[in-house]
Design a protein around this ligand. Structure first.
Ligand SMILES: Nc1nc2c(ncn2[C@@H]2O[C@H](COP(=O)(O)OP(=O)(O)OP(=O)(O)O)[C@@H](O)[C@H]2O)c(=O)[nH]1
Ligand SMILES: [Mg+2]
Length: 314
């Protein structure tokens, strides 16, 4: 299908066109810039919710239950499940698909899994674009589920408007070692699996952590859930809505968004430059000669690389 045709179908709300565009986004395909620039120039109103936390904390179960509430409110929901440790797109997160089969056949819910393989090392870039493509398609809420509490999540979570960090009663050590990091990421703390012992202790610990950090306009709420039995999910939903209201009135939000856009344009430029450069390296015969020399051991790769760069810049 031609790019234009594909975009027309996408804008006409064809779910297959959406899926195809997402595949191009994941593989950072040739038409990426063209497609993205047309999609991004359309104003949208969608709200991005980040759900992050250690493996098996119950993130997918929470996403599933939240989706039910959002659907009842009449909102359309796009879900992106990211597993950076998975070499296969949609492999390790297959469980998510099964768990969320509940929503199969519901046109108001669209689920996409993303492993590290499809994204060519640019997981946060691919995720950002996937969220854009979903929001251009008209989903009111886009939920991004990501595993772990670390740097990748920080990157990815920058694009979420509201981020909930999901912990479990056994997470005492994680909280101790991750204090500052957790506070930086979380807009809401969730202690899931609160049917198990220790939930109240963790809750006190987290509340103390929030109190100590003090002085912020948004005080991070700490809530308990039992996602399996759908307990506390309504509260989580209402906390997300409170944070959404808070952001709408927060002047700092615009500054924050501006900073993200700034970082983004640099990222995109580098990515495009890399593509141009790769093309040139592969197409020039003078470069090929140099590469050939390296291959047979007549030149070292460092000197060759410097020479290649010189040739291309000229
Ligand atoms: N006891 C209990 N089990 C739960 C709860 N929430 C989820 N689980 C179970 O915990 C397991 C993991 O749940 P998931 O929702 O897949 O967790 P996840 O965080 O998405 O897992 P990964 O994506 O693999 O990191 C499943 O067997 C769930 O049924 C809860 O509140 N209490
Ligand atoms: Mg999951």
């Amino acid at each position: 299908m031609q790019t234009n045709e594909l975009l027309n179908s996408y804008f006409a709300n064809d779910i297959r066109a959406l899926a195809k565009i997402l595949t191009i986004v994941e593989s950072r395909g040739a038409d990426l810039e063209d497609i993205m620039s047309k999609i991004v120039s359309k104003e949208t109103n969608s709200y991005c919710i980040g759900i992050t936390g250690p493996p098996g904390a119950g993130k997918s179960t929470i996403v599933d239950k939240l989706t039910h509430i959002l659907r009842k409110e009449g909102s359309k929901v796009g879900i992106v499940a990211i597993d950076p440790s998975s070499p296969f797109s949609g492999g390790a997160v297959l469980g998510d698909r099964i768990r969320m089969q509940d929503h199969a056949g519901d046109e108001g819910v669209f689920i996409r899994s993303l492993g590290s393989r499809g994204s060519h090392g640019g997981l946060s870039r691919a995720t950002r674009d996937i969220v854009r493509v979903m929001s251009g398609f008209g989903f009111d809420y886009i939920i991004v589920e990501t595993v772990g509490v670390g740097q990748t999540e920080l990157d990815i979570m920058e694009l979420a408007d509201t981020t909930a960090v999901i912990l479990v009663p056994e997470a005492g050590d994680t909280i101790q070692t991750m204090k500052a990091g957790l506070l930086e990421i979380a807009d809401i703390f969730v202690i899931n699996k609160s049917d198990r012992p220790g939930a109240d202790g963790i809750r006190q610990g987290l509340t103390a952590l929030v109190e100590m950090s003090g002085g912020k306009k948004w005080k991070i709420p700490v809530i308990k859930t039992d996602a399996l039995r759908t307990e506390g999910i309504e509260e989580l939903y209402s906390m997300i809505m409170s944070h959404k209201d808070f952001l709408e009135n927060d002047p700092k939000r615009r500054e924050h968004k501006a900073k993200i856009r700034e970082a983004e344009v640099v990222q995109i430029t580098i990515e495009q430059f890399e593509k141009v450069l790769t093309k040139k390296i592969n197409s020039r015969s003078a470069v090929a000669t140099l590469v050939e020399k390296v291959k047979v051991g007549k030149e070292n790769p460092y000197t060759a690389a410097s020479n290649i760069l010189q040739k291309i810049i000229k």
